[in-house]
Design a protein around this ligand. Sequence first.
Ligand SMILES: [Zn+2]
Length: 201
Amino acid sequence: MEWIDWPLLKRKGLQHLITGYEIPVIEVDGELGEIIEVFVRINSTGKALTRQETRHARYYRSPFLKEASRLANRFKKHFLKNGIFTAGQIDRMKHVEFTSELMLSLVQGDVLNKKTALDRVMQTNSFDGRQLRRATSLATTTLNRVCSHGGCAAKLTWDDFTIDHIDPYSRGGRSQLENAALMCRRHNSSKGNRKNRRAAA
Ligand SMILES: [Zn+2]
């Protein structure tokens, strides 16, 4: 084994290996108890932080993130049982990241996986209370996988689900996420070209 010290590194011109080492730094804003909790969480695996863990540390007090965490944890069992996330991924907050992206995508009416868009929402708190409630409600319906036809609320399965145009396609309704609602087969075929009242509300 070779003993390497600073003068040797200098002779070899390799100082950058030390001086160029990037140290990740995260700013956390909150009560001491909250800060400790964040750091216990993010250090428990001994691995580099995931994007969501960093986000959690930085935007700990964001109402959007709090709501996304609450919702994500409500569906934790479902994620595990259906193999959507492993326990390890859940420990590393992948389910919170997924739920945040889902909420934002549903409100913006477009599929979103640009992580910077999430950071922006949390940083600026650009969602008002009304938008946040709407995001939560849309994400809950989606995660619950129930038929959106008024009064049905049948649990949808992989064998029995359809995606309905809220404004019917035959009447110019567009094939976009903001015009889509989950429906059981029976109700989507019985709806014809009428407007889906509950989903449109
Ligand atoms: Zn139905």
